[in-house]
Design a protein around this ligand. Structure first.
Ligand code: 5GP
Length: 115
């Protein structure tokens, strides 16, 4: 089942795209959690982190290369930021096309609430 992210890749629905190459696409999150909140996605659909295979390594590595480039362009590299990949229900995944959140632009606090 294709997701809204496939429609963004196909330009069937709009998105504020900040980076694209042959392997990945990056665009601003529609409901940002911080001044910079960008989603970086492989152009081919991988549903979750559980579904990653060796064939995906080039695109998944590129997520990090793109994140570093975008963070520099956003002016948040020196102060720092957070890269997040959510998986399934306990991870809070909502869109089942694997994606990396690049979040920054303010202090983000502790990674997880300690309970
Ligand atoms: P997840 O919870 O799956 O890790 O994150 C999904 C993210 O996708 C959420 O932060 C949500 O705001 C974002 N999102 C969902 N639908 C759209 C959309 O149509 N456009 C954009 N730009 N972001 C979306």
């Amino acid at each position: 089942m294709s997701t809204v992210f496939s429609k963004i890749i196909a330009r069937e629905i709009p998105a504020d795209i900040v980076y694209e190459d042959e392997l990945v696409l990056a665009f601003r999150d529609i409901a940002p959690s911080a001044p910079t909140h960008i989603l970086i996605i492989p152009k081919h659909e991988i549903a979750t982190a559980n579904d990653v295979t060796i064939e995906d390594e080039a695109a998944l590595g590129r997520l990090f290369t793109a994140a570093a480039k975008i963070a520099a362009e956003e002016g948040i590299a020196a102060d720092g930021y957070r890269l997040i990949v959510n998986c399934n229900a306990h991870g809070g995944q909502e869109v089942f096309h694997l994606h990396m959140h690049l979040v920054g632009g303010r202090p983000l606090g502790p990674m997880l609430a300690r309970k």
